[in-house]
Write a protein that binds this ligand. Structure first.
Ligand SMILES: Cc1cc2nc3c(=O)[nH]c(=O)nc-3n(C[C@H](O)[C@H](O)[C@H](O)COP(=O)(O)O)c2cc1C
Length: 176
């Protein structure tokens, strides 16, 4: 049998990108760090995030029915930590950050490498989390830097596996 600790240890081996999910309620920006961002469908354009039911973002999205996912670059680990610090208020998380929402309904984090602005499409409360499915309305790739990665509770940036790419090219070249 596996317990909660073992379950989390297994999942910590699943490497992910890191994003900040944002939404704006009564002119106040909210944001939290997520790794549960996944593409869901192309027609319509759907993505999902999974948020613990107790977290502020859960009730915020329940009210605003929209959110943005900001994909972080490898120089934004400090920001990812800030937006996952439950001791900080929403205002403190955004302090000193020149966020904007002119192109989106939800806050866009400066220097994020790409973002998607979504309206809520559907949601399901599953266990202690809620799966929010968002329909993409707008999006942009800034290409500011390489993505930030999260693996075994540590922060990384990607390394190109040149030999694997070469082997793949060779295989493709050999294909009939
Ligand atoms: C890399 C990383 C990824 C995270 N991904 C998620 C996630 O996908 N869903 C979630 O509910 N919490 C996730 N968290 C935890 C929340 O960001 C954190 O608990 C946050 O403080 C919750 O927001 P709140 O304090 O405003 O309620 C993640 C934390 C880190 C460091």
């Amino acid at each position: 049998m596996i317990d909660e600790r073992g379950f989390k240890d297994v999942l910590s081996n699943w490497t992910s990108g890191v994003g900040i999910v944002t939404s704006c309620l009564n002119q106040i920006p909210y944001g939290m760090t997520v790794s549960s961002f996944t593409s869901v469908s192309v027609s319509p354009l759907l993505i999902s995030i999974c948020v613990q039911n107790r977290y502020r973002m859960c009730s915020i999205i329940g009210k605003t029915h929209c959110f943005a996912v900001n994909i972080l670059g490898c120089n934004q680990a400090v920001l990812a930590k800030k937006f996952s610090d439950s001791q900080l208020s929403p205002e403190e998380r955004f302090e000193g950050l020149h966020w904007q929402n002119f192109a989106a309904r939800s806050p866009i984090i400066p220097e994020s490498i790409a973002w998607l602005d979504c309206k809520l499409f559907d949601y399901w409360i599953i266990g202690d989390h809620t799966i929010f499915v968002g329909q993409a309305i707008n999006g942009f790739v800034t290409g500011e830097s390489q993505p930030l990665l999260y693996y075994q509770r540590n922060w990384y940036k990607p390394v190109l596996l040149a030999h694997a790419n070469r082997e793949q090219e060779n295989l493709q070249g050999a294909a009939p």
